[in-house]
Ligand binder design. Structure first.
Ligand SMILES: *[C@@H]1O[C@H](CO)[C@@H](O)[C@H](O)[C@H]1NC(C)=O
Ligand SMILES: *[C@@H]1O[C@H](CO)[C@@H](O)[C@H](O)[C@H]1NC(C)=O
Length: 380
């Protein structure tokens, strides 16, 4: 802080005092804040991450321009002032270290996060890829903790090659994610594993629109939350549009989730709802509408109440009912490989009810032989 800026700050504070006739005199510490909060701060290079973290409270707009985050460091913007804008410019990179991350963390209220044209967030995940994901091998850092964001937006982030899970949405109320690309396609042959696109838990009022996800695990997995919408998305290479697994966590309620106008291609599953066997919880009001399936290698539609870490294991249980499920306009004619299964529904007794299926066409694969307790409107 220069003498001049202190002087200007003090001047601004005193002007403020006069015009608003505040009862108490300003303290010296208020003055720089009043001045700085109008500021755009630009950070770059190897010191950019630590400088941005330290200065986050004094910037109205934070521009991260070609920041090279050192190894083992979180680019941590979890103490932002309300209303802050964060802009990624150029290429953001991270150093290599075996640790759990996250590599990026942003929290706050009324936060606007943007990717500038041509920008990319590139943690160069291939350095960690060993085909084992989070099940073993190298310890891999999770990428982006988008946690505790209250009405906030994330626009046009372009993410490439995450070590393992890409975006975790948790504890959020009112988040719009628009035009995000998560491109881990290099992991298809390069050992990418458990590279989930979006993992969503304990969040409400979330809209993800126009996302493109190329990966090797769930495109979207909603583990818990209310009023979550995924619309206009493309999922390629992964495990499809998933609810769950639900059960055995702190929060086991999924309510009002809509997947609409999206495409799932070259994926293990198209649509998957996983309720863990033996656990309790709620899956209510899930809608899939306008979903196109192609190149499905496992199950076009998989709905199970006997998930045990693997699909369709053992007897289904009834502790996590799946109710008010709507499948509407699911276009998967010839979309399932001949070696794969079209539709599997395995429900516990009385645990799948009030379903609506209309215009669900999923063909090309085999008929699954072990469906159980299938509601009459569904086919299996
Ligand atoms: C669901 O979330 C969206 C996006 O935040 C919001 O506009 C809408 O009002 C919410 N609906 C309800 C019923 O709360
Ligand atoms: C479902 O598809 C039909 C026929 O293609 C179309 O008329 C209708 O609007 C669609 N409904 C929804 C909710 O997308």
């Amino acid at each position: 802080m220069t003498k001049l800026s202190l002087l200007l700050g003090a001047l601004a504070a005193s002007v403020c005092v006069q015009s608003h006739a505040l009862p108490s005199p300003p303290t010296v510490t208020q003055a720089p804040e009043l001045e700085d909060r109008a500021t755009t701060c630009t950070f770059s290079g190897a010191n950019g991450a630590s400088s941005a973290s330290k200065s986050q409270k004094s910037c109205a707009t934070i521009v991260l321009s070609n920041v090279a985050v050192p190894s083992g460091v979180t680019l941590d913007l979890s103490d932002l002032n309300d209303g802050t804008t964060v802009i990624f410019q150029g290429t953001t990179t991270w150093g290599y270290k075996e640790w759990s991350g996250p590599l990026l963390q942003i929290e706050g209220n009324d936060i606007t996060i943007q990717g500038a044209s041509g920008s990319v967030l590139d943690p160069q995940g291939s350095r960690w890829w060993d085909g084992e994901g989070s099940n073993g091998g190298k310890t891999k850092p999770k990428f982006f903790a988008a946690h505790d964001l209250t009405p906030s937006s994330i626009t046009n982030l372009n993410i490439r090659n995450t070590p393992v899970q890409a975006v975790s949405v948790n504890g959020v109320n009112g988040l719009t994610i628009t035009g995000m690309t998560i491109d881990n396609s290099a992991g298809d042959s390069g050992g990418g594993h458990n590279t989930d696109g979006f993992d969503i838990g304990s969040s409400s009022n979330v809209v993800i629109s126009g996302a493109k996800v190329y990966n090797q695990d769930d495109c979207v997995a909603v583990n818990s939350g209310t009023n979550i919408t995924f619309t206009g998305g493309l999922c390629s290479g992964g495990h499809g549009l998933s609810i769950g697994s639900v059960g055995g966590r702190d929060d086991n309620t999924v309510q009002t989730v809509t997947f609409s106008n999206s495409q799932v291609t070259k994926s293990a599953n198209g649509i998957r709802i996983k309720a863990s066997a033996g656990d309790t919880g709620t899956i209510k009001g899930v809608t899939y509408t306008g979903t196109t399936l192609s190149g499905i290698t496992g199950y076009g539609i998989l709905i199970e109440q006997n998930y045990d870490g693997g699909d369709l294991h053992g007897s289904p249980t009834s502790g996590i009912p799946i109710t008010n499920l709507v499948l509407q306009n699911i276009s998967g004619s010839g979309g399932v490989l001949s070696s794969a299964n079209n539709i599997a529904v395995v429900c516990g007794s009385g645990a799948c009810s009030s379903w609506t299926w209309s215009n669900v066409v999923v063909t090309g694969g085999k008929k699954y032989g072990s469906c159980q307790n299938v509601p009459s409107v569904a086919t299996c």
